[in-house]
Design a protein around this ligand. Structure first.
Ligand code: GLA
Length: 777
């Protein structure tokens, strides 16, 4: 995995190689990160320095060709001739900002070197190897320890640094990235994932231009605006072709990714904690560790790259009992009730859910204190006896007796000013003395930098967990941080990062010894969807947007960085709260099934046929969820702008599920085909549409083209018919060897007005189908 020879380090995964060397002055020069290389002379790919470039500063008067500005580096300082952005900005013990870390030595250890303050990836000695490189600035004064951990099977290399002050004088860190690498530009596009509440993770592509592009968060969380994960893709790369680099960060706080194209056509990539409002002093003997950054590369397009990230997350990030374990189908009562429920209402919903096949009942916000709207009660985790007279223990027992597990919502990092907690402990809330704090969703943030607050949260959440039979927790966090100040800190530049260390400490103390609890984190949906959270919670609520058409973009965006096993995805009622769009129930399921399936609607309003449809959906999902959650997930290049295609292939290759999604329908469109991938060319398969019902109301007045008699399109008869009778959408069946199917299955025509027959697909706006592909021999 890792070797060192004649000043060159070589890190190999199964399909990638990463090489760098120590220069004659002791800087680390990046030689290659990309495809696997044979062991050979590297001269051909080294950057050449045969002429002095004007306006450069020579590092040493004795060698004017050696300028840090034109080198491809693994780390760079300030004030020695490299004028690109630096991964660090440190007021050094001598009071200057000049840094020049030089190589001193290395060691290689099997396995990972655990971190002390932050979560990180993990692996056994046979799974990974770690290289520690010791760099120093000023002999024995300040050390920079650079860590590279190589995960060969998942083609991931992680990096981080630790800064140590050995000087008797203090230093102050104003910026310290987790990694830096310079790559030769190949007309790269930068792909980032942007959005906001109910519109998370929308993919954005931009051609790299000279200068610096920053992808960052300043909200206190990794954020729904700009996910910390991003990609660099060569021009023309597609889902299945081309060279693509992926980067991410195991961190849930303010992050910073700087991507700078220099005038010498080197692309500098840096990722780490955001320097925004950050300042961290180090006294003699103190050290600071940065979060772990994650890198991968594939020459098999975006799918190759995201496959590495998916395997890495499932293998080396998600831990505990739920690692590799199929996730239960849940029902969450939020969109059904919001704050307005009684025990009777909940139990009726639960019974209905059980009859449909749901395995876990989740009670969302509103069960405690005076939490009858979002203005009050947050922080008071004492059950509301008006809503649940027998308390949580009795209620959870009732749910368990119905044959379902019980799950509960908390928002432990927050407090409403109108709460008993705030009245008793106003000092627990984050606020600047002498200033009115700003509210978000009528709430304030609790000061996780304060150990007393952390103890309070741990005790109150653990207390509730002990009181009832709870198998699942939804841990929410519903506002961005403002008014950053903690009386516990002498230096407020530490606030954001100490908050995050505090949060990780709390999560570890509550859930570390309860790995059976399935933790789903959430932050107004996907406002904290990151690898740091996934070290504690195997799944994250992807978005408060449950409209499947929106979800196509959100889940697709997330899938570049995170596997389907991490994405909470629910079926809700339509028209959708977020968009007023009406979508077919089948599409709501078809999209949600490519994640951890849940339902979030009031089942009492469902018709007989809709209940039947949901029962069939859940049965289908249970039969295939191992593939849906843990199979190899592919986005397929769409043939047309109004289509999306997803596919997942079981790890053992025995089955695959493909999704065909249509957004806007088009009149008399050309043929549709189902692009397929991931099949073995020499194996024989069958392909079959998952049968799904067609509701007669969908046809409106066109119903009269279908029925042998004439009826009022919105009359009583149609309405009754719609409740108790459905047509079945066209089911297609094909067979063939992988080589044939991989060229794309041509599908039957879509319905265009008067041609209903059982061989015609009815999709319309927002229609979709799933196809089950089975290996027969
Ligand atoms: C946030 C979550 C929702 C729900 C509400 C409850 O918005 O994202 O899923 O839990 O809070 O207040």
């Amino acid at each position: 995995m890792i070797s060192y020879q004649d000043g060159t380090f070589r890190l190999d995964t199964e399909h990638t190689s990463y090489l760098f060397r120590v220069t004659k002055y002791g800087h680390l020069e990046t030689i290659h990160y990309g495809e696997s290389l044979k062991d050979q002379s590297l001269d051909a790919i080294l950057l050449k320095h045969t002429a002095v470039i004007g306006s450069t500063v020579a590092y040493d008067a004795a060698d004017e060709l050696y300028s840090l500005d034109t080198l491809s580096l693994e780390w760079s300082g300030i004030g020695k001739g490299d004028y690109r952005h630096s991964p660090s900005e440190i007021r050094m013990p001598d009071g200057t900002f000049v840094t020049d870390f030089l190589y001193q030595g290395y060691r290689i250890v099997d396995g990972c070197i655990p971190m002390t303050t932050l979560p990180s990836s993990y692996g056994e000695a046979e799974d990974c190897q770690t290289l520690e490189i010791i760099m120093e600035d000023g002999p024995g004064e300040v050390s920079l320890l650079m860590y590279y951990t190589v995960f060969p099977r998942t083609d991931v290399i992680t990096r981080r640094v630790v800064l140590e002050n050995h000087s008797i004088k203090p230093l102050v860190i104003r910026k310290l990235m987790s990694m830096m690498i310079d790559l030769p530009n190949r007309s790269y596009s930068l792909v980032t994932f942007h959005g906001g509440w109910i519109k998370e993770a929308h993919r954005q592509d931009r051609r790299l231009q000279y200068g610096l592009f920053v992808n960052e968060s300043t909200t206190g969380a990794s954020g729904n605006r700009h996910n910390p994960g991003f990609l660099l893709a060569e021009q023309g790369a597609s889902e299945s072709y081309g060279r693509v680099y992926g980067f991410n960060l195991v961190y849930s706080g303010n992050h910073y990714e700087g991507i700078e194209l220099s005038n010498q056509d080197l692309v500098r990539v840096m990722t780490g904690i955001n320097p925004h409002c950050f300042e961290w002093p180090l006294a003699e003997g103190e050290r600071f560790e940065t979060p772990e950054s994650v890198m991968t590369f594939s020459n098999q397009g975006y799918n190759g790259m995201s496959g590495h990230f998916h395997d890495f997350t499932n293998e080396h990030i998600v831990r505990g009992d739920w690692k590799d374990k199929e996730r239960p189908v849940l029902l969450n009562n939020w969109e059904a009730h919001f704050f307005s429920f009684t025990q009777g209402k909940l139990l009726r919903l639960a019974k209905r859910a059980r009859r449909l096949g749901v395995e876990l009942f989740v009670l969302d916000d509103g069960w405690f204190g005076k939490r009858n709207n979002d203005h009050a009660g947050l922080g008071d985790y004492t059950v509301n006896r008006k809503k649940l007279p027998g308390g949580l223990s009795e209620f959870s027992r009732k749910i368990n007796r119905l044959g379902m597990k019980f799950g509960l919502w908390f928002e432990p990092e927050m407090v409403n000013p109108d709460s008993d907690l705030f009245r008793a402990h106003p000092e627990f809330a984050v606020r600047v003395p002498g200033r009115e704090p700003s509210l978000g969703r009528s709430q304030l943030v609790l000061d996780l930098c304060n150990p007393t607050v952390r103890d309070y949260i741990v005790e109150s959440v653990r207390g509730v967990l002990q009181e009832a039979e709870i198998s699942y927790v939804k841990w929410d966090m519903n506002r961005h941080i403002s008014d950053m100040y903690s009386p516990c800190l002498s230096n407020q530049g530490e606030f954001f990062h100490r908050y995050m260390i505090g949060l990780y400490d709390i999560l570890q103390r509550i859930f570390g010894d309860q790995p059976h609890i399935l933790l789903e984190t959430c932050s107004s949906g996907g406002n904290r969807f990151d690898l740091g959270m996934l070290c504690f919670s195997p799944q994250i609520w992807s978005s408060d947007d449950t409209d499947p058409v929106e979800r196509l973009e959100i889940q697709k965006g997330l899938s570049y960085l995170y596997p389907p096993s991490t994405m909470g995805a629910h079926v809700s009622s339509a028209p959708h709260q977020q968009t007023l769009r009406a979508t077919p129930l089948s599409t709501r399921f078809n999209v949600a099934s490519f994640g951890c399936l849940g339902y979030e609607l009031d089942l009492k309003y469902l018709s007989h046929m809709e209940k039947r449809e949901i029962r069939e959906q859940i049965t289908f999902y249970k039969d295939h969820r191992k593939t849906m959650q843990f199979g190899r997930f592919y986005r397929l290049d769409a043939q047309k702008a109004n289509k999306q295609h997803w596919q997942t292939v079981a790890k053992d290759g025995q089955e695959s599920i493909a999704g065909f999604f249509q957004t806007q329908s088009k009149a008399a469109e050309g043929f549709d085909y189902l692009p397929l991938t991931g099949l073995d060319a020499k194996s024989r398969y069958t392909v079959r549409t998952r049968p799904q019902p067609l509701y007669v109301k969908r046809f409106g007045g066109l119903i009269n083209h279908i029925l042998p008699f004439h009826i009022h399109p919105d009359g009583l008869l149609v309405n009754i018919l719609n409740k108790f009778y459905t047509l079945t959408d066209c089911v297609e069946e094909y067979e063939g060897y992988g080589d044939l199917l991989l060229s794309g299955v041509k599908l039957n025509n879509q319905f265009i007005g008067s041609n209903y027959n059982t061989q015609t697909r009815l999709l319309g706006d927002f229609g979709s189908s799933l196809y089950v592909i089975r290996r027969e021999s």
